[in-house]
Design a protein around this ligand. Sequence first.
Ligand code: PLP
Length: 454
Amino acid sequence: MATQLRSLPSVDKVLADGRVQRLVETYSRGAVVDLVREQLAEARQAAQRGEPAATLDAVVEGVAKAAGSRWEHWPLPVINATGVILHTNLGRAPLSDDARAAVQRVAASYSNLEFDLDTGHRGSRQGRLSQLLAQLTGAEAALAVNNNASAVMLGLAAVAAGKQVIVSRGEAVEIGGGFRIPDVLRQSGAELVEVGTTNRTYAQDYENAVTERTGAILAVHASNFRVVGFTHAPTIPDLVELGRKHGIPVLHDLGSGCLLDTSQFGLAKEPMPQDSIASGVGLAFFSGDKMLGGPQAGIVAGTKELVGKLSRHPLARAVRMDKLSMAALVATLLHYVGSEATDKIPIWRMIAMPLEDLDLRAQRWRASLGGGASVVDGASTVGGGSLPGETLSSRLLCLQPSGAGGVEALAARLRRASQPVIGRIEDGRLLLDPRTVLPEQGDALVRALKEALR
Ligand SMILES: *Cc1c(COP(=O)(O)O)cnc(C)c1O
């Protein structure tokens, strides 16, 4: 062991290597020395376990690899060929051209973020966004924060801290990524009162639970699962009526916040904030980067009184939205104002894409590969906690490699291509869905495929 330790190269020796020198020129000496020390520490531990001493070459390679992966830009753009439109692991909604341009304009310059150009005095950070959101949802007032999880947390803290919040047992759920309704309620300082059963809850169950300490009724859209069969839940108007009778606001977490009617695309109808507001809920909560098709954001629309409470709560500052996202959100909302959402917002273009166009794109990819692939029927999904179980018919490029490693190895090569492509594997076939591949990414996808199939 001692000889193995002694035969490890020294820090200076590794630093003197030409390949490491080039890293020093690109980055900095200090940063590279840190990596060399790390690699040598690992080599020392391996030697102490009795493994053969690492050679100079192996240490240098380790340093180069660590520099390459740790110091490359991140997140990297990838091509989403999974057919899942709102893929949470792939960053949910891609932005429209206008939203992207708005971010770029504001990123590199000062802006009137909190400055009133008319008066020359401090202005409101939320004013413009609130007006747009209120108009689009039909609410009296609105507020945008960092994400929907923080919107719900802020809403409960501002409206119901120290009070009881009535939730159906079937809705005290986990949405994913650690967002659990009972935990969020506890953190907000409210007390959860569960009513009904997992599958059936009636308005009467809520009413029986009302006490003088009730602060709100919370309705949560079961966004990423479906309970089928012997089920019952009161409608939002039922809950609002009950709330009015007892002077209790209804808070509605919609999850996705879909401003367009999804039934026009052959999908089930995803709950819409406009309907929720029209029914008379006190507050409606939804995400900016799900079916709204914008940046990460949490939107709260509702009555002036309740939205005002949220704006004045200390947590509002802690969960406030960043200016780049605000610029992207305003640009996205303007697409809805201009009735051009299905033309301009990428996720709506994907949802609305006709089957003929999907077939045409898949056929074009197949032809460019010159053999080895076919085009098959398949289905895309909305994903991102929206419309579980609902699918859109699609036409998919299908690859069934017979070579070494088969389909898994091909998928791995595609992920590591110079422009990474993420597909899905089904029944030993690699499937690539044109629906989620942005129009300008088609050529890059074909190049990546050729690279991976070589
Ligand atoms: C997705 C979702 C959330 C969390 O929203 P984020 O914007 O990801 O924070 C909360 N509630 C419901 C019902 C959801 O579907």
